[in-house]
Design a protein around this ligand. Structure first.
Ligand code: ADP
Ligand code: MG
Length: 333
């Protein structure tokens, strides 16, 4: 069956520098697939600058890949036209870190929710539109009478963020790209917003790309996780496996730095080490080699491929070269 979303070997390079002549690779060779029949929350995790938002923008069609292709229902997002494009625009929604930045402060909450309903002609009457708004607000745990008729600045950060989620929900999307949706919200409200994401998956069958620098929230909300380091996937798989038994030295380092078991503590606000300069020095090898406690000579020469350790667990590290061969033997036996 055709996946809902598929990324095939997607890379993105930005041109930087004073004359825009310096090529900076923000994302390299990412593969990903989401199945509509199995709604999934997949966390895209990594430190600041690892390429997470770039990945989200590529999925939303707001950036074009330099290499590879992003497919929605089997068609390249960059070439969608007409009815296909309209469908994509409705079915793929986004929630960003600071909804205040995208909400016009002069409009009441009602208006914010009404615009998408009108734009996509989803309601046949004012009454129906009103009911859709109320349903969406209730789905994210807000009481309509509490928020309708109010302006964004009259609401708390947590309420605003839930309205952003409700606004996406009104369109009955199939895919939500949520880029750091709780990083500006108080810890006490974080759980409620994450809970509304889970309900979107369970009750509405919506798949979610949950972008975060915080492994603790990823662990709580996601089914699977993709860990990025300097634009490359270093490890991916079922969240329980990856967080409880991380294989890549980088993932291990990240998880060791989490203040378990106090999962309410935000994590990852301080970078582990300086990185930009290192990238250049790595040349053709593994990007993590300069910081890796297990680096071997060939790590500096070639980027490790993704080795499959289990059906739902891959890791890009030469330490597992032989383990994959062993797994393959077991499969054959
Ligand atoms: P993250 O969301 O993980 O913090 P981003 O995807 O925003 O990472 O950025 C990845 C890298 O690409 C960063 O080093 C960032 O500085 C760079 N970058 C992002 N957007 C641009 C842009 N428009 N032009 C040039 N460089 C960019
Ligand atoms: Mg980002």
């Amino acid at each position: 069956m055709t996946p809902l979303l598929e990324l095939r070997n997607v890379s993105k390079a930005y041109m930087r520098g004073v004359f825009g002549r310096e090529r900076f690779v923000a994302l390299q060779g990412v593969d990903l697939a989401l199945d509509e029949a199995r709604p999934t929350i997949i966390a895209i995790a990594g430190e600041s600058g690892s390429g997470k938002s770039t990945l989200g923008l590529l999925v939303l069609g707001l950036l074009q890949p330099t290499e590879g292709v992003v497919l929605y229902r089997g068609k390249a997002v960059s070439t969608l036209r007409g009815a296909d494009y309209q469908r994509f625009r409705r079915e793929v929604q986004a929630v960003f870190q600071d909804p205040f930045a995208v909400f016009n402060p002069f409009y009441k909450v009602d208006h914010l929710l009404q615009v998408p309903i009108e734009k996509f002609k989803l309601a046949r009457s004012r009454h129906e539109a009103r009911r859709m708004m109320e349903d969406a607000l209730q789905a994210v745990g807000l009481r309509p009478e509490e928020v309708l008729g109010r302006y964004p600045h009259q609401l708390s950060g947590g309420q605003r963020q839930r309205i952003a989620v409700a606004r996406a929900l009104v369109l009955k999307p199939r895919l939500l790209v949520a880029d750091e949706p709780v990083s500006m919200v108080d810890a006490s409200l974080r759980a409620a917003i994450l809970e509304s994401l889970r309900r979107m998956r369970d009750e509405h069958g919506i798949s979610i790309l949950y972008i975060t620098h915080d492994l603790t929230t990823a662990y709580h909300v996601a089914d699977s996780i993709l860990v990025l380091y300097a634009g490359r996937v270093v490890e991916a798989g079922e969240v329980e496996r990856v967080i409880r038994a991380p294989k890549h030295p980088y993932t291990q380092l990240l998880i060791d730095s989490i203040p378990w078991p106090d999962v309410t503590q935000p994590w990852g606000s301080k970078p582990l080490a300086k990185r930009e300069g290192e990238r250049a020095s790595v040349g053709s090898g593994c990007r993590f080699a300069p910081r890796c406690p297990s680096a071997m000579p060939h790590c500096w020469q070639r980027v490790p491929p993704l080795y499959r350790l289990a059906p739902e667990h891959v890791v890009a590290c030469y330490l597992y070269e032989s383990e994959q061969a062993a797994q393959a033997d077991i499969a054959r036996a």
